[in-house]
Ligand binder design. Sequence first.
Ligand SMILES: *Cc1c(COP(=O)(O)O)cnc(C)c1O
Length: 397
Amino acid sequence: MNTEEITQLNEQHVINTYGQRKLALVRGEGARVWDAEGREYLDFFAGIAVCNLGHCHPTVTEAICRQAQTLVHISNLYYIEPQVKLAALLSHHSFADKWFFCNSGTEANEAAIKLARRYWSVKGTPKPEIITAEHSFHGRTLGALSATGQPKYHQGFEPLLPDMKYVPYNDLQALEAAITDRTGMVLLEPIQGEGGVRVPDPGYLAGVRNLCTEKNVLLAFDEVQAGLGRTGKLFAQEHEQVTPDIMTLAKGLGNGVPIGALGCTNAVAEGFAPGAHACTFGGNPLSAAAALATMEVLTSPGFIEAAAETGAYFLGMLAAVAGDHAAIRQVRGRGLMLGVEFDRPVAPLIEALLDAGIICGPAGPNVLRFLPPLIVEKPAVDCVIAALEACLEELGW
Ligand SMILES: *Cc1c(COP(=O)(O)O)cnc(C)c1O
């Protein structure tokens, strides 16, 4: 099919919740993708931080093919070999003792909300209140949406879940003031993604950890976007050496095969018991095999370190561009999760970059966000920087 034909069918039969561009990408390899007419693009968004190993990584593709010929699905009523291997590997590389698997980031956060509530309820001290941050993003199902501190996503869906409170991000005093004896969990992104690529000040996450321990509140980190090598560490919490009680993963976990996960300590896992929570597809053989292969590549020696180095190089190049353009307010981020804040909406710039063959995206109206596959190398970064400079020139910014 050509782009015109795909566009027509999409407009007739797909509910318009995305407001897509008229572009159909039909093939990918590494950091490159091709549209229906065969035009090549450099993908610096990786399907929204999903294809961290690049498109069609051979190790993952081989694992998917092998598993598809062996067993695709069997349900969680029985043990699943790739799932238990994945859980053990995730535990080996994190604070978490135990895992629950689902299909997406919102489901992982939904599980975190339910786990926290049930944990305190089972203990006989119900503490239903959950505190999250302004500008946060935790997903679109009603619980995770209620946890999301952005009113624009709430409009039209009220009433939301009760007992949700939002505090300014990166403000320890505000959090301390908000915690009451009804607070059961604080849920935060260790680096905010969707809300503008916001990196907290050093010490903030450690301060949050201390506060939660002191006040007997569970701490959950949403690592759905920042996790899995994206920020130059396997998990973004490692930058501050802070461990939560619960963490959620999704996006990059299966390198494109849908899978989400919640990890927690043994103590917190006691909040769930057989029948308390479930997911038909969660961690099924196919998605778990893809995630296991992804994790093996991600944790291979030097892989994430190389991505961190490319990220530092990219950040430096972006900072140099910022020096020449007053329209750029700030360049920020960690590893290969980078944002460029402008003094104006970035939509026209994203369009211009796309015309130049570069795929990236926004993080709120004024922030340009780059989330390239972690396998990108300096020449690809140079190519994006050159295109960015040309587009800024063309727009007169
Ligand atoms: C994308 C995202 C989610 C939601 O993930 P879905 O898989 O789209 O449900 C949750 N939290 C963060 C931090 C995200 O970036």
